[in-house]
Structure formats: structure tokens, C-alpha cells
Design a protein around this ligand. Structure first.
Ligand SMILES: C=C(OP(=O)(O)O)C(=O)O
Ligand SMILES: [Mg+2]
Length: 434
């Protein structure tokens, strides 16, 4: 028996930032080290991502997780107890095999992700190093401090569909360091808030900490974002660029798109032309899910037209899946991938997707979900795996600030590497100037 062997594995019900139940797994090793992690939850979910196992029925809107907790306590526990926690791949494979379904619907993606992350936390604790350092060590990847992607307004499924586009964000590739990028983003967030309040368009806070807007059109949101950047004393396209998550699967399928706020219906070509105008007018350097997850031809066409000057991210489109990424790379769809551990289901599968991304020259953006907690695993992953970018949401919600603050702490360690600044955006940053 070694200090690294799993002595006990236990799941408990905790609550996320939307006030919904979620799974926390705690793993204790023979040597006494403890690792703990909490499953996040998406609202705009890709249809091919690992499934959150929920109870259904009437209680708690069907969102309770007692089945997922039971899966950890009665199935995963006996499976993993006694095993060496440092064998992340072996632990993850055992859970995947035991689950036996394509979307992890037997044990639940929420059960798996909490356990997989808890294991790597326990391993790092047993080694006596922070998680980011452990991740860098076991993967051989160079740690670096990521470029933050910060939400200014929320929309789509994160704000009652008050605007159709989901995330209106800024990045500060021209910042000198991470701390400055957060400070400038904070100024822009505050400027946007006061502008909107003045115009009577501030209706609260969206799920990820951006403002809950009350705009008359999607373009008005973009106009206001540009005004907020300027009010904060910045010139759009210089130090600061705009980044959008269109989350197009939320309002489009079968090659048809409907922007409810704008009372506008379009086919794929119309959607691409609309985005083309926005790209030219609004200093946009990065677009996520510009077309729906079923619109392969559209994604290929969009990437062909804009991929050399824009970061084109697949989220719902790629669901942190290495096979889908390899396929997309062969077809020429997207040039970047969002990494959400709970979309894949396990740490090992997320690492595999990052490896595939590297092989195909795709950029990686480690991302939170819209339902989050105090868990800061993704802050460590973005640094330790040298992902280059981190998307977490915004100010005014502590489950978001917990991640940004954790990166601030980590960045004090010189071994955590350099702030990558604009480098991961490449041409996208250079050419975003308006
Ligand atoms: C973070 C996102 O939202 P959700 O977690 O709801 O999928 C996203 O779409 O990028
Ligand atoms: Mg998205």
C-alpha cells in the first residue's frame, strides 16, 4: 500500500451559482492527502457533450443529482478505491468503461467530471505541489499565464434570451500582464454598467456576471460594447478587442437562423454575411460557434472566409472531443477549440483534445460553464497546460472572480510562466483594428 492509493471516495450534494444541486467528489488517499472538485453545469449545451445525470421529476425542477451521487458512492467508489491516484488515465478509463455509454448517461458526466478532477487534485496534494504545477509536470507542457476573455453583457440562454447573441466579451491582448488585463476589463465592465444604467438598459446581472441587457437589437448591444470600451479610455482594436460567443445552435438549425430580437430570419449565407458586417464594424478578433452545431458546411465556409484573420472557436460544435476536432481539422472547420472538462467528462479526454488541438494547430481556450461554483480547477488547468486563453465570465459574481483571483495568485510564481498577451490570437489581434 502506498500513500498515493485511494483510501476513500465520497460524493456530496452542493449547490451551483444558479442555485441548482451539483456533485462534489472528495477523494482521500492512504497518506492523508485530500482532493476535492465540483461539477459545473452548462445551459447552452452541445448535443454531443457528456450528459449531466439529473433525477427528473417535479422536485427541484427535476435538477436534483441523487442518481449521480449514488453513481459515485456505490459504483465509482468500489471501482477506484485502492488504486494509485497518479494513474489519471487508468482511473478515467475505468470510469468510462464502467459507464459504457456514448454520452456518459449511465454514471453521469457530472459524476465523472467531479471524480476525475478530484483525483488530479488529490494527486497534486500528495505530491505537495499546486495543481497547475502538477499538470505541467505530468504533461510536459510549458506553463503560461492565459489571456482572459471577459463577459460584458450576457444574452441568449444566460439572460432570458433578452438578446439572441450569448456572450459579448472583451480581451486585452495589448495588456502588459494578466493583472492589467483584468483591471482594464473591469473598467470596461463598469463603464458598460453605467452607460446602460443611464440609458435605462441595465436589467440586472446575467448568469456569467456580465450585465443583463435590455437592448432593442443585437447590434445595439455591439454599439454599446464599443462605447463602453471607449468610455473606459481605450480604442477598440488597439489594446482591447471584442470577442463574441454567438452560440448559434440556440437560435438556428437545418441551415436556418432566427434572431428573435431583430425579427430577422436568415439562411447560412445570410448569417455569415451578417457576421461579416459585424466583424468589419466592431473590432472583433474572436467568434465562438458562429453557426449551429449541425451546420458543418457553414462552419467550413465561415472558417474559409475569416479563419486567417479571426479566431473561430468551436464550442457546441466540437464539445471538447478529440475525434470531432480531428474531423473538423480535416474539413477546415474552426481554428480554435473551447476546452470544457465536463463536456468531455474526464481530465484525460480533455488532455487528449488539447493534444489533438496542438497537432492540428488549433488554439485552446479553457472555459467555465454558465453554472459554476467556487471550484478553481480550470484556473490551474489554463496555466499548467499552457492553454493560452481562459474564458470565465465576469465581474459581479464571485464564482467567476474566484477563478480570476486564483490566476492572479498563481501568476506571482515565476515558474508559472509568462503572460501570453496577444500571442494566441496571432493575426486575429493584428487585424482587428477598425
Ligand atoms: C460557457 C458557455 O455556456 P454554457 O456553460 O451554458 O454552455 C458557452 O456557451 O460557452
Ligand atoms: Mg459557447
Amino acid at each position: 500500500m502506498s500513500q498515493f492509493d485511494i483510501r476513500n471516495l465520497h460524493a456530496r450534494r452542493v449547490w451551483d451559482s444558479r442555485g441548482r444541486p451539483t456533485v462534489e467528489t472528495e477523494i482521500t488517499l492512504q497518506g492523508g492527502a485530500v482532493g476535492r472538485a465540483i461539477a459545473p453545469a452548462g445551459a447552452s449545451r452541445g448535443s454531443r457533450e457528456a450528459l449531466d445525470l439529473r433525477d427528473g421529476g417535479k422536485r427541484l425542477g427535476g435538477m436534483d443529482v441523487s442518481r449521480a451521487l449514488a453513481a459515485v458512492n456505490t459504483e465509482i467508489g468500489p471501482l477506484l478505491t485502492g488504486r494509485d491516484v497518479r494513474d489519471q488515465q487508468g482511473l478515467d478509463s475505468a470510469m468510462i468503461e464502467q459507464d459504457g455509454t456514448e454520452l456518459k448517461s449511465h454514471l453521469g458526466g457530472n459524476a465523472l467530471v467531479a471524480t476525475s478532477l478530484a483525483a488530479i487534485h488529490a494527486a497534486a496534494a500528495a505530491e505537495g505541489v499546486p495543481l497547475w504545477r502538477y499538470l505541467s509536470r505530468i504533461t510536459g507542457r510549458q506553463a503560461s499565464i492565459p489571456l482572459p476573455e471577459i463577459q460584458i453583457f450576457g444574452g441568449g440562454a444566460h439572460a432570458g434570451r433578452r438578446v439572441d447573441i450569448q456572450d459579448f466579451m472583451v480581451m486585452v491582448p495589448g495588456a502588459n500582464d494578466f493583472a492589467e488585463a483584468i483591471e482594464i476589463s473591469s473598467e470596461i465592465h463598469a463603464a458598460a454598467g453605467s452607460l446602460m444604467a443611464r440609458q435605462g438598459r441595465r436589467a440586472g446581472v446575467a448568469d456569467e456576471g456580465g450585465w443583463w441587457p435590455s437592448f432593442d437589437s443585437n447590434e445595439q448591444a455591439l454599439e454599446t460594447l464599443i462605447q463602453a470600451i471607449e468610455l473606459a479610455g481605450e480604442t477598440p482594436g488597439r489594446r482591447v478587442v471584442v470577442s463574441l460567443d454567438i452560440a448559434a445552435s440556440e437560435f438556428g438549425n437545418d441551415g436556418q437562423y432566427q434572431l428573435a430580437l431583430d425579427q430577422r430570419k436568415m439562411d447560412t449565407g445570410g448569417m455569415i454575411d451578417l457576421l461579416a458586417r459585424w466583424i468589419d464594424d466592431y473590432a472583433i478578433a474572436s467568434i465562438e460557434d458562429p453557426l449551429a452545431e449541425d451546420d458543418t458546411a457553414g462552419m467550413i465556409e465561415f472558417t474559409r472566409r475569416f479563419g486567417s484573420r479571426l479566431q473561430v472557436i468551436g464550442d457546441d460544435y466540437l464539445v471538447t472531443n478529440a475525434a470531432l476536432l480531428n474531423h473538423a481539422a480535416r474539413e477546415g472547420a474552426c481554428n480554435a477549440v473551447l476546452i470544457k472538462v465536463n463536456q468531455a467528462g474526464t481530465v484525460s479526454e480533455s488532455l487528449e483534445t488539447m493534444q489533438a488541438a496542438e497537432t492540428s494547430g488549433y488554439r485552446c481556450i479553457v472555459s467555465a460553464r454558465s453554472g459554476e461554483t467556487e471550484d478553481v480547477s480550470i484556473a490551474h488547468m489554463s496555466v499548467g497546460l499552457g492553454a493560452g486563453q481562459l474564458k470565465v465570465g465576469s465581474m459581479t459574481r464571485s464564482e467567476r472572480m474566484a477563478k480570476w483571483n486564483e490566476v492572479l495568485r498563481i501568476s506571482e510564481d515565476p515558474d508559472a510562466g509568462k503572460f501570453v498577451g496577444g500571442a494566441p490570437l496571432g493575426n486575429a489581434w493584428q487585424q482587428s483594428g477598425v
